[in-house]
Design a protein around this ligand. Structure first.
Ligand SMILES: Cc1ncc(COP(=O)(O)O)c(C=O)c1O
Length: 510
């Protein structure tokens, strides 16, 4: 298995040659001479975990080669592999070995393991919310991981923190929030929403928050419910407001529900608006909801995890008018900016509320750290020690330039429109609502069939399309009916992929 080209970090021979470090080995130690063998090798100087420049460079070359091969083979890989059982050799599942292995052996295990994973970075993947895996950000992770700066406090990495601040300021300006606003980068939308509701709760309650109520449409992502549960709100704190025929919140019902809650002694404190639902990409009537929130003195939160970055485009900006009224906004760069998974963002209109919600005062163990003009992210977010996420965004945005992202998102709006019109024009298929952004849902209406037949036929259609291996769709339920979804957000989703998807859908929608 051992590949002579690969770097081994384990072999005493190779290690010593590269680093000139001395080891006490079973052969050379007194313990060994006295036959007390099996003692582990103990480095006298240095540590094998610290790589020489050459070792690191060899590792890097091997990893880049591995990933380049992965990317060049990607178009031929199945989106959904047909593997029900593990293809891993038994050894990697037996726990880590006492002594290390060669990188190339380990990469071949990883290569095998990826044989059973969905290749959701392929252009034909239009299910759920596709993620891009932007290489520039993956490189940023490598840089950030190796330098490993501590960016929880401005004092210890001021200029690196400044890069993250630049990105956050750019984001707040993008959505039209005022200069009082600031934000945090998180691991994703769900954690951003948790912090958003913590801010809303902090702004409205000092202690007793259990009588608080929050309003969201029936199209809202389930991370809202989860965040409220994690924050200790009882289940009935969340008031689900029905959506209208375009799957946007029904504001008449919203107003009535707020009024009846107040009459019943409850304390309404927050309205959640969607700027792009997961089901169909629908945008709630943001300006009107902002007005209601203002009149009712409620926190106005916008979930723009999927849709927010369409604000970069002219059409997106027209459709997302009202973002600027938010008290808090969630954006997911790992969706709309194609970044690797693990990058979310929360922006809050009033940075003091963000701080008040998260800061608990400095413990003695951190008393040497002084405040600076740079933010202390430890006081603005749930995390203390954190990865330097800012570089993922900063490097990608500076390397490619904003126009590259704007054009990519514009293209996805065009492609979604093409797909929508093609599905609309196909007999037996019906679309629910009209797409605001790049996701929509449709259903197969079996001629002469009953509603339950349509459900089954729609699921069968999704299966048949997915079985082509070229396009991958997912299904959902809206108002108890099954729908297929098309989400045009993949980094590699282009006109050809969309044409392939349409052809497959039409072929099976006989
Ligand atoms: C609209 C919306 N909000 C929130 C989330 C949760 O985001 P994450 O998966 O990053 O936690 C999602 C995920 O798809 C989403 O589509």
């Amino acid at each position: 298995m051992h590949d002579s080209r690969s770097v081994s970090l384990d072999s005493p021979d190779s290690f010593d040659k590269r680093t000139d470090r001395m080891y006490v080995t079973p052969e050379s130690s007194a313990a060994s001479r006295n036959n007390e063998s099996a003692a582990p090798r103990i480095p006298l100087a240095g540590c094998p975990l610290v790589l020489s420049e050459k070792q690191f460079s060899d590792l890097g070359t091997e990893v880049v080669k591995f990933l380049s091969e992965h990317l060049s083979r990607l178009p031929d890989k199945p989106i959904q592999p047909d593997l029900k059982t593990s293809v891993l050799p038994a050894s990697p599942l037996a726990g880590p070995p006492e002594n290390g292995s060669s990188l190339s052996d380990l990469l071949s295990v990883v290569r095998s393991a990826t044989e059973t994973c969905y290749n959701q970075t392929r252009g034909g993947f239009m299910a759920y919310v596709p993620g891009g895996g932007l290489v520039a950000s993956a490189i940023a992770d490598l840089i950030a991981g190796v330098i490993n700066p501590y960016t929880a406090f401005g004092m210890v990495a001021p200029d690196l923190v400044a890069l993250e601040v630049e990105v956050l300021n750019w984001l707040t300006a993008l959505v039209g929030l005022p200069s009082t606003a600031f934000g945090i980068l998180t691991s994703g939308g769900s954690l951003s929403i948790l912090s958003a509701f913590l801010c809303a709760r902090t702004a409205h309650f000092s202690e007793e928050f259990h009588i608080g109520t929050i309003y969201a449409s029936d199209q809202t992502h389930f991370s809202t419910e989860k965040a409220l549960r994690m924050l200790g709100f009882p289940p009935d704190a969340l008031r689900i407001i029905p959506a209208d025929s375009e799957l946007r919140m029904d504001l008449g019902v919203l107003k009535e529900t707020i009024a009846s809650d107040r009459a019943a002694g409850r304390k309404p404190f927050c309205i959640v608006a969607n700027a792009g639902t997961t089901n169909t990409g629908a945008i709630d009537p943001l300006p009107a909801m902002a007005e209601i929130a203002h009149q009712e003195h409620l926190w106005f939160h916008i979930d723009a995890a999927y849709g927010g970055f369409f604000q970069l485009t002219e059409r997106g900006r027209e459709r997302l008018v009202g973002l600027e009224h938010a008290d808090s906004i969630v954006l997911d760069p790992h969706k709309g900016l194609f970044l690797p998974f693990g990058t979310g963002c929360l922006l809050v209109r009033d940075r003091d509320v963000l701080r008040k919600a998260h800061a608990v005062g400095k413990p003695h163990v951190l008393q040497d750290l002084e405040g600076t003009q740079y933010p202390d992210f430890a006081d603005l977010s749930p995390e203390l020690t954190r990865p330097f996420r800012g570089l993922r965004l900063w490097l990608a945005l500076h390397l490619h330039g904003v126009a590259a992202f704007r054009n990519a998102l514009d293209e996805r709006l065009d492609l979604a429109k093409v797909a929508y019109q093609a599905i609309l024009a196909t007999p037996n298929l019906e679309v629910i609502g009209s797409p605001d952004l790049s996701i929509f849902a449709f259903r197969y209406r079996a001629p002469g069939g009953r509603p339950e037949d349509h459900d089954q036929a729609t699921l069968k259609l999704v299966d048949q399309v997915n079985a082509t291996g070229r396009t991958y769709l997912s299904s959902t339920q809206i108002r108890k009916q099954v729908f297929a979804r098309i989400a045009v957000l993949g980094l590699r989703t282009d006109a050809e992929e969309v044409a392939t998807a349409i052809k497959a859908i039409r072929e099976f929608a006989y």
